[in-house]
Design a binder for this molecule. Structure first.
Ligand SMILES: N[C@@H](CCC(=O)N[C@@H](CS)C(=O)NCC(=O)O)C(=O)O
Length: 215
């Protein structure tokens, strides 16, 4: 491990940040955090844009590097710290990445505040429309995920009997589904896996409630 303690620029409710917190806790990292608020616009401040020109959370400082993009960060941790987030075979890796991308590349991005706020502005929309949007796209993404779990490689977790990258993506997305009231009660496979993950110490330690600022 590099001599400096890893430092995470984090927003407690950000599911991309939640993914990285799960990975860091899974590897027992002792890391520090700076909370960067999305609701107050702190993520669009010059200081944060300097860290990440996209204005997104998370950003991880580790090993003298500044890393952005949660999946790239988890894969870095996998490679450099002997993580267990991806299977070793090519077919397994492709499947785990595909599951992860259903959430991280398609479901989560269309629910990002900057995008939804813009759509609502164009549509003269209100909060009820926001909730409807969230429910629609979270359900659409997770329904496909549920279908993809009908696969011989699904085990106690999304792929086999150890939690990996797909589970790291799933749990924050289920948290979001609950937050927005999306009905996913007809998705027993993913709900069971998410429950199993949440009972693990690393997932529990990364939960948004534990990172919510006190004031
Ligand atoms: N693909 C990026 C997405 C990061 C991202 O979208 N972060 C959200 C929070 S979950 C964000 O910072 N949104 C700011 C905004 O919507 O203005 C990743 O996986 O790290």
């Amino acid at each position: 491990m590099g001599s400096q303690q890893p430092h995470l620029f984090d927003f407690w409710r950000s599911s991309a940040s939640y993914r990285v917190r799960i990975a860091l806790h899974s590897l027992d990292f002792d890391f520090t955090t700076t909370h960067v608020s999305i609701p107050t616009g702190e993520h669009s401040s010059p200081d944060h844009l300097e860290r990440n020109p996209q204005g997104f959370l998370p950003v991880l400082d580790i090993d003298g590097l500044r890393l952005t993009q949660s999946l790239a960060i988890v894969e870095y941790l996998h490679e450099v710290y002997d993580g267990d987030f991806l299977p070793s075979d090519a077919a397994g890796k492709a499947r785990v990445r595909a599951l992860s991308h259903v959430i991280a590349m398609e479901t989560h991005p269309v629910c990002n505040p900057y995008l939804v706020n813009h759509v609502l502005k164009l549509a003269d929309g209100d909060d009820a429309m926001r909730v409807e949007w969230m429910k629609t796209f979270i359900r659409k993404g997770l329904s496909a995920f549920e279908k993809l779990l009908e696969h011989k490689s699904t085990g106690d977790y999304c792929h086999g009997d150890k939690p990996g990258l797909a589970d790291v993506c799933l749990v924050p997305q289920v948290y979001n589904a609950n937050r927005w009231g999306a009905d996913i009660s007809d998705m027993p496979k993913l709900l069971k896996i998410a429950d199993r993950c949440e009972a693990l110490p690393a997932f529990a330690a990364a939960h948004p409630d534990r990172y919510q600022p006190k004031d």
